[in-house]
Design a protein around this ligand. Structure first.
Ligand SMILES: C[C@@](CO)(OP(=O)(O)O)[C@H](O)COP(=O)(O)OP(=O)(O)OC[C@H]1O[C@@H](n2ccc(N)nc2=O)[C@H](O)[C@@H]1O
Ligand SMILES: Nc1ncnc2c1ncn2[C@@H]1O[C@H](COP(=O)(O)OP(=O)(O)O)[C@@H](O)[C@H]1O
Length: 313
């Protein structure tokens, strides 16, 4: 029987996203606080006898997505992760990758990055590479700025491109509502709009710094304090590209959300609730107001990429 390993990895919301100037390599220096949430990508890797990498993608019951919005060629982040593992450990066998998506596509919640982190762990295990966690962290950093956090999970401060992580102290669980849109926003396009506004003198770019209010609210486990401390420097750019997102934020505030922001580069809007019951009430209001494609509830922090099944011969 071939070796089959299933790994799930979480999506994220940025509790703080402070964006600094664009660097020479095209990336922006960030200070961000990530929180992993209980929406997951699940990747099952099965070693093959031939050299092919075969990808299949399905949606979890809670999520609908346009299959055309996810590439199935070599640019798919799960395929790139498999190639990176094979190259690093000299593997010549192929692999079947079965992805079940539970994170909105192109939604600012790192769904593709979660696929990459989960695929890296699943392939390393299915091919029996003996890869260490530190080696997988390095490999993930080469796949995208958000990928190391999807491996890490929980709550963490991200510096550099967002990939230099240190864990943040938190207390308890926070309850979130995520309002998705049918049309995604491209991360590079949102950063370009951020740069355009700075170059045009419409916005200023400051040296990014960690917000003590976010860290204190996390330590206290205080949703109200966290809600009022949420910030996202990409939000004005995302709102210029997708102005209707303001209606989603306003609707969440009408339902007494303690905070509501664009998640990362958007267009998903993340609303923070006081409790799980309050999250369900906010979700019902957003659904009734018809401002979102899908409304999902989740809690955070959630664990990082983890093996959930390992069927070995
Ligand atoms: C904005 C954030 C916030 O967590 O997340 P998303 O909203 O995409 O989920 C991240 O910075 C996105 O990370 P990720 O989506 O992994 O980015 P990558 O694939 O590495 O880069 C895509 C593009 O985003 C821009 N980029 C990304 C990270 C960064 N620190 N500066 C940037 O300017 C660059 O234009 C880059 O070419
Ligand atoms: N496995 C994957 N799942 C989703 N998107 C992927 C994947 N591989 C590559 N992509 C590309 O990455 C883009 C961003 O996807 P995603 O990670 O879901 O959103 P975001 O970067 O906004 O968090 C998609 O539009 C798609 O073109």
């Amino acid at each position: 029987m071939p070796r089959t390993v299933t790994v799930r990895a979480p999506g994220k919301v940025n509790l703080q996203l402070a964006v600094g100037p664009r660097r020479d390599d095209g990336y922006h220096r960030l200070v961000t606080v990530f929180q992993a949430v209980s929406l997951y990508e699940t990747v099952t890797a099965t070693a093959r006898d031939d050299e092919d990498i075969v990808l299949r993608i399905a949606a979890s019951p809670a999520l609908t997505f346009d299959p055309a919005s996810v590439p199935t060629d070599e640019s798919n982040l799960a395929v790139r992760a498999a190639r990176a593992v094979a190259e690093r450990y000299g593997i010549t066998d192929g692999i079947d990758l079965d992805i079940v998506k539970g994170i909105p596509v192109a939604g600012g919640m790192a769904g593709g990055s979660a696929d990459a982190a989960a695929a890296a762990v699943a392939c390393a295990e299915a091919w029996d590479t003996g890869a260490s966690r530190v080696e997988l962290e390095e490999l993930c950093a080469g796949l995208g700025a958000d990928v190391p956090f999807c491996l890490h999970g929980h709550t963490a401060v991200g510096l550099g491109r967002g990939d230099e992580l240190s864990p943040a102290m938190t207390h308890g669980q926070f309850h979130w509502v995520f309002a998705t849109q049918s049309e995604g926003l491209s991360t590079p396009a949102v950063f370009r709009e951020f740069d355009r506004a700075v170059a045009a003198g419409e916005a200023e770019v400051a040296e990014p710094a960690l917000d003590d209010a976010v860290m204190a609210a996390l330590m206290a486990g205080d949703p109200r304090a966290l809600g009022s401390a949420l910030t996202n420097d990409l939000q004005p750019a995302a709102l210029r590209l997708a102005p209707h997102l303001q209606d989603v934020i306003d609707a969440a505030k009408d339902a007494d959300a303690v905070g509501a922001i664009v998640s990362g580069s958007g267009p998903t809007v993340a609303a923070l609730a006081r409790s799980r019951q309050h999250a369900l009430a906010i979700a019902a209001h957003l659904t009734a107001e018809d401002v979102a494609h899908t409304v999902l509830t989740a809690s955070g922090p959630a664990a990082g990429a983890a093996i959930v099944a390992d069927l070995s011969d």
